[in-house]
Design a protein around this ligand. Structure first.
Ligand code: FAD
Length: 391
């Protein structure tokens, strides 16, 4: 009998406790049975499978690392493993989930008032409400730390917001969008919970993306959009606070990269054992084995790295540079792994039905979002040298 195909070569999942392992396998089964059969069709059409949301809610895994607000206390390691399991089947789905559970719930968990947490976290956790996170702008991407063009002006007990956001995942159907804007008075970045249907809020779907086609990214325009002071994130007083959210979610993106790489590796390994040329499985050729082992080596290094990253997070010792280093390394290596996976599959590697082509495309989005390779490299560079090369 052939050995089992599993990209967890060093058994990282053995570091989970039995209850956590059960949850990992439950999410894996969900991804295999509910998402895998429909994913290529939705990806091709660039649509989101809305009917899946109640089933995701049943898994009860949103915001799994945040204590309280009807959440049992679990770990960042568990959260990371689940992100990997999702991305192993589909990076779009994992990204939809990451926006909801990480960027949106995380912002409210870290920076919201008690009332804001009570109002939003249970609803977001149960996916009765969907969230989006609006930081990037048409003209401000990597440079968000250096100033935003979205402006917030306080008038009495309300704020008016004016400006645009670009690339905002889940924005087309979100019930609440966290908008990051620069206060015209003190020039600090503040966060606002902008509710769906607020007058002055317009969202346009971005079309023709070549990656993450299931994720509904929007361009948001706010025109004299009125938001009450109670809907301003009460503990978000400067970009440093926003960066605390990004530190946490970047660690999640590193796990997502691992999932993408693992999905491609496992598909390629299976394919090479089944595909025959010259009368033999192509997996029996030395040059193919060299590719496969190189992929597995990188994948194993990535998994070991993110497992330690989550331990740091669980011990409350995670720094910006820890998260950035892992994001850079994993997204870079993922690009390598998916392209090797495509290579060993020959022509079929570029057909959507063989899955790997989707991983190749989606790896490009992972590479650029939540801080590009350059920006995360400069965050590490600043930490090790003491000199900031970018702000
Ligand atoms: P730019 O900032 O214009 O960068 C272009 C190039 O210049 C990059 O290679 C960059 O590394 C390089 N560069 C820039 N500055 C420097 C420097 N100082 N030194 C060296 N090189 C530099 N944003 C959100 O707010 N919410 C979302 O939900 C969201 N989802 C996304 C989903 C997808 C699929 C994608 C692709 C993006 C998403 N983003 C989202 C935006 C994402 O975070 C930005 O694309 C990213 O921060 C890079 O910004 P940019 O695309 O404007 O590139």
């Amino acid at each position: 009998e052939l050995p089992a195909i599993d990209g967890d070569f060093y058994n990282i999942s053995h570091t989970l406790n039995p209850e956590e392992r059960v949850l990992q396998l439950k999410v894996r089964a969900f991804m295999e049975t509910e998402i895998k059969p429909i994913v290529n069709d939705y990806w091709r059409r660039g649509e989101f499978p809305h009917h899946i949301i109640p089933k995701v809610a049943e898994l009860d895994i949103c915001g799994i690392a945040y204590e309280g607000y009807s959440n049992p206390v679990r770990s960042y390691l568990m959260e990371g493993v689940l992100a990997m399991e999702m991305a192993r089947v589909d990076v779009s789905f994992a990204t939809f989930f990451g926006v909801q559970s990480g960027l949106v719930m995380g912002s409210i968990f870290l920076l919201g008032s008690e009332e804001q947490k009570q109002e939003w976290l249970p609803e977001l956790k149960n996916l009765r409400k969907i969230g989006a996170f609006g930081l990037t702008e048409p003209e401000v991407g990597s440079g968000v730390a250096g100033g935003l063009t979205m402006k917030a002006k306080r008038i009495g007990n309300s704020w008016t917001l004016n400006g645009q956001k670009k690339w905002i995942g889940n924005a087309t159907f979100a019930d609440v969008i966290i908008i990051w804007a620069e206060d015209e008075e003190d020039h600090q970045v503040k966060g606002f919970l902008v509710r769906k249907d607020t007058p002055g809020l317009a969202v346009e779907k971005m079309e023709d993306k070549m990656a993450l086609r299931i994720v509904q990214n929007g361009i948001i325009t706010l025109t004299d959009c009125l938001v009450e002071e109670v809907d301003r994130l009460q503990k978000a007083n400067s970009f440093k606070d926003t960066a605390n959210v990004l530190r946490m979610t970047r660690a999640g993106v590193a796990w997502l990269a691992v999932g993408c790489a693992r999905g491609a590796y496992e598909s390629a390994l299976k394919y090479t054992r089944e595909r025959k040329q010259f009368g033999k499985p192509i997996a029996s050729f030395q040059l193919i084995q060299n590719h496969l082992v190189e992929m597995l080596t990188n994948l194993t290094a990535m998994q070991t790295m993110v497992a330690r990253l989550s331990e740091l997070q669980d011990q409350n010792e995670l720094t910006d540079e820890h998260a950035s280093l892992a994001k850079v390394f994993c997204s870079l290596r993922t690009r390598d792994i998916v392209s090797k996976a495509r290579e060993v599959m020959g022509g079929n590697g570029i057909l959507l039905e063989y899955d790997v082509a989707r991983f190749v495309a989606d790896a490009e989005a992972i590479y650029s979002y939540e801080g590009t390779k350059e920006i995360n490299t400069l965050i590490v560079g600043r930490a090790i040298t003491g000199y900031s090369a970018f702000v």
